[in-house]
Design a protein around this ligand. Structure first.
Ligand code: NAD
Ligand code: 3PG
Length: 533
C-alpha cells in the first residue's frame, strides 16, 4: 500500500518535536494555533495531513472543506473532537496516540483524589486570602482503608488503581470488556455497577464518552451511593451528569469532586468549577512536559511509518487498512475486493450479504477487514457512488459509504474450512447468490459462483471475462476460439461444474482485452462480463 503525505497543518499547541520529526522526513509542516473556524475551513484544503489535540473541533464541515485531506492525527487519546464518521465516509484515516499520556492522566487523577480528601484547594484559597481561621473548617479524611471504585479499567483506570493501592485503598471496578480475571491481576475486584455504588467512598471514571457512558453517574446513581461519596472525572465531561453532581454537592450526598473535564470546554457555566467542594482544573490531565513530548513524537512517527509503509499503528477508523499492511493479510483483502467486484458484475441484488469465513488461519477477527474489502469491491463500479464518493472509495470509506447507501453486511466464522481448502471466503447474498474464493501463492482464486464449484479454481488476475453458458463439450473450445478470433491472448480458461445444464466460466488474458471482445461471445454464452480489478 502506498501513502504519500506532502504537507501537514498543526492547529493546536503541540510540542515542537512533532514538527521536527515530520520535517526531518521530508514532510512540510505549518503550525497555526490561532485559526478561527472560518479560517480553518479555507486553510484546510491546502493540506493532506492535520494534527490536533482536543481544542480544534474537526467537525463534518471542516472535513467537507478538506478536499485533499488523507489523515487526521490526534496527539492524545480521545478522538471525540473529530467527526470520525464523516472522516471515514471520505476515506480519511483518523489516528491517535493511545498510551502516550496515560501516566500523566493517571497521576492527575490521583492528585485530585488527594486534593479532594484533604481540601487542598480550599486551604490554598484560605491562605491566599490570609484567612488562617479556615483551618478548623477543613477537616479531611484519610484515604487509607477507603474504597475506590474505578469505572473503566483500561490504560488509565489500571494505573490509577496501582497508585492508589499504595495509599491503602481497596480498589473495585467495572468494565464491560476487561473481565474480573484480568482486573484481579492488578488487584481490582470486578463488580457489576449496582454492587459498586453502595460500596464506594470514591468513584473515578476512565471511560470514553459514548452513549453508554453519557450521564453514567446521575441523580439515581448518587442516591444509591454512600452519603458523602466523592467523585473524580479526568476522562470526559458528561460521564458524570453536571447538573446531578451540583445537586448532590448541594445536598451533601456528594462530599466533594475533582473535575478536569467539562461537557463543553471552556465551560459555558462555571458553577460546578466554582463550587466550594470541587477541585477543578482546566483539562490538564495530559498537560505535562513528558506526555506532550511523547504524544508529539508518537503522532509524527506514526505518520512517517505510514508513509514508509511500515505500519498503521493508532488508526481508529481503519481496521481493513491496518490489516492491508500485513503481508499475510494482504492477499485475503485483495481476494475480498475481487469477490465484491465479481458479485457486483453478475448478481443484481447486492444490498444485503454475509461474509462467511472458514479456516483458523483467517480467524474471527478477519470479519471486520474482509467485510470492508468486499464492500470496497462491490462499490467500485457502483452507480450508487456520487462523483465525490468514487474518488474517495477505499478500505476506510467503504463501510461508512455502504452504511449511507443502506447496504447491510455481517460476517460469520467457522474454524474448519470445506475440503480441500485450508481457508475459504464465501460472500452470500440475501437472494441466495454465493461467490467463494481462496488464496494461493498470494493470488486470489475463484472457487465457486452461485453454488457452482470450479474443480480447478480460476485465477482472478488483473482482468477476466466471467461468462455463463449451456453445458456442452464445445463450450470451452468455442469460447477460446472466439476470443482468439477477437485478437486476445487467452492464458487460462476454467469452467465450473454444471447445474441445470449451465456452467460458469472464467477466462484470463496475457494483456487486458477491450470490452469489444464480448461481442465475439454473444452467440456462444448466455451472459458474459469483462471485469477489470
Ligand atoms: N483529562 C485528560 O487530559 C485525559 C488524558 C488522557 C485520556 N483522557 C480520557 O480518559 C479516558 C480513558 O482513557 P484510556 O486511555 O484509559 O482509554 P482505554 O480505552 O484504555 O480505556 C477505556 C476503558 O473504558 C471501558 N469502557 C467502555 N465502555 C464502558 C462502560 N460503559 N462502562 C465501563 N467501562 C467502559 C473500555 O472497555 C476500556 O477498557 C478517555 O475518555 C480519554 O479520552 C483524558
Ligand atoms: O484524550 C486526551 O488525550 C486528553 O483529553 C488530552 O487532551 P489534550 O491533548 O487537549 O490535553
Amino acid at each position: 500500500m502506498s501513502f504519500s503525505l506532502s504537507s501537514v497543518l498543526i492547529t493546536d499547541e503541540i510540542d515542537q518535536k512533532c514538527v521536527d520529526v515530520l520535517k526531518n522526513n521530508g514532510i512540510n509542516v505549518v503550525k497555526n494555533t490561532k485559526l478561527s473556524k472560518d479560517e480553518l475551513l479555507v486553510e484546510i484544503a491546502k493540506y493532506d495531513g492535520l494534527v490536533v489535540r482536543s481544542a480544534t473541533k474537526v467537525t463534518a464541515d471542516v472535513i467537507e472543506a478538506a478536499t485533499n485531506l488523507k489523515i487526521i492525527g490526534r496527539a492524545g487519546t480521545g478522538v471525540d473532537n473529530i467527526d470520525c464518521d464523516a472522516a471515514s465516509r471520505k476515506g480519511i484515516i483518523v489516528m491517535n496516540t493511545p498510551g502516550g499520556n496515560t501516566l500523566s492522566a493517571a497521576e492527575h487523577t490521583c492528585a485530585l483524589i488527594c486534593a479532594s480528601s484533604r481540601h487542598i484547594h480550599q486551604g490554598d484559597r484560605a491562605m491566599k486570602g490570609e484567612n488562617w481561621g479556615e483551618r478548623k473548617k477543613l477537616m479531611g479524611s484519610e484515604l487509607y482503608g477507603k474504597t475506590l471504585a474505578i469505572i473503566g479499567l483500561g490504560r488509565i483506570g489500571k494505573e490509577v488503581a496501582l497508585r492508589m493501592q499504595s495509599f491503602g485503598m481497596t480498589t473495585i471496578g467495572f468494565d464491560p470488556i476487561i473481565p474480573g480475571s484480568v482486573s484481579a491481576e492488578f488487584n481490582v475486584e470486578w463488580m457489576a455497577l449496582e454492587a459498586i455504588w453502595p460500596k464506594a467512598d470514591y468513584i473515578t471514571v476512565h471511560t470514553p464518552l459514548i452513549p453508554q457512558t453519557r450521564n453514567l453517574i446521575n441523580d439515581k446513581v448518587f442516591s444509591l451511593c454512600k452519603r458523602g461519596v466523592r467523585v473524580i472525572n479526568v476522562a470526559r465531561g458528561g460521564i458524570i451528569e453536571e447538573e446531578a453532581l451540583l445537586r448532590a454537592l448541594e445536598s451533601g450526598q456528594c462530599g466533594g469532586a475533582g473535575i478536569d473535564v467539562y461537557s463543553s470546554e471552556p465551560p459555558k457555566d462555571f458553577s460546578l468549577a466554582k463550587h466550594r467542594n470541587v477541585v477543578a482544573t482546566p483539562h490538564l490531565g495530559a498537560s505535562t512536559v513528558e506526555a506532550q513530548q511523547r504524544v508529539a513524537v508518537e503522532i509524527a512517527e506514526q505518520f512517517v511509518d505510514l508513509v514508509q509503509g511500515k505500519s498503521l499503528f493508532g488508526a481508529v477508523n481503519a481496521p481493513a487498512l491496518t490489516n492491508a499492511m500485513d503481508v499475510n493479510t494482504q492477499p485475503w483483502i485483495e481476494l475480498g475486493k475481487k469477490l465484491g467486484v465479481v458479485a457486483a458484475a453478475v448478481n443484481d441484488q447486492n444490498k444485503e450479504f454475509s461474509v462467511a469465513l472458514y479456516g483458523s488461519s483467517l480467524g474471527k477477527s478477519a470479519g471486520s477487514y474482509m467485510t470492508a474489502a468486499v464492500l470496497a469491491g462491490l462499490l467500485q463500479n457502483s452507480s450508487l457512488l456520487g462523483a465525490g464518493d468514487s474518488s474517495k472509495l477505499n478500505l476506510v470509506s467503504a463501510p461508512a459509504l455502504a452504511k449511507q447507501y443502506g447496504i447491510n453486511s455481517k460476517s460469520t466464522y467457522e474454524e474448519a474450512a470445506p475440503a480441500p481448502y485450508s481457508a475459504l471466503v464465501s460472500v452470500v447474498f440475501s437472494n441466495g447468490f454465493r461467490v467463494s474464493g481462496t488464496t494461493s501463492g498470494g493470488q486470489a482464486l475463484l472457487v465457486e459462483i452461485q453454488g457452482q464449484k470450479f474443480p480447478s479454481p480460476a485465477c482472478l488476475c488483473d482482468s477476466v471475462v466471467v461468462f455463463r453458458g449451456t453445458s456442452n463439450p464445445q463450450l470451452i473450445p468455442n469460447v477460446a476460439g472466439a476470443l482468439v478470433g477477437a485478437g486476445v491472448t487467452v492464458t487460462s480458461l476454467n469452467t465450473s461444474l454444471e447445474t441445470d445444464g449451465q456452467k460458469w466460466g472464467v477466462a484470463t488474458f496475457a494483456t487486458p482485452p477491450s470490452e469489444s471482445c464480448l461481442e465475439a461471445l454473444k452467440s456462444l454464452v448466455t451472459a458474459a462480463r469483462l471485469i477489470a480489478f
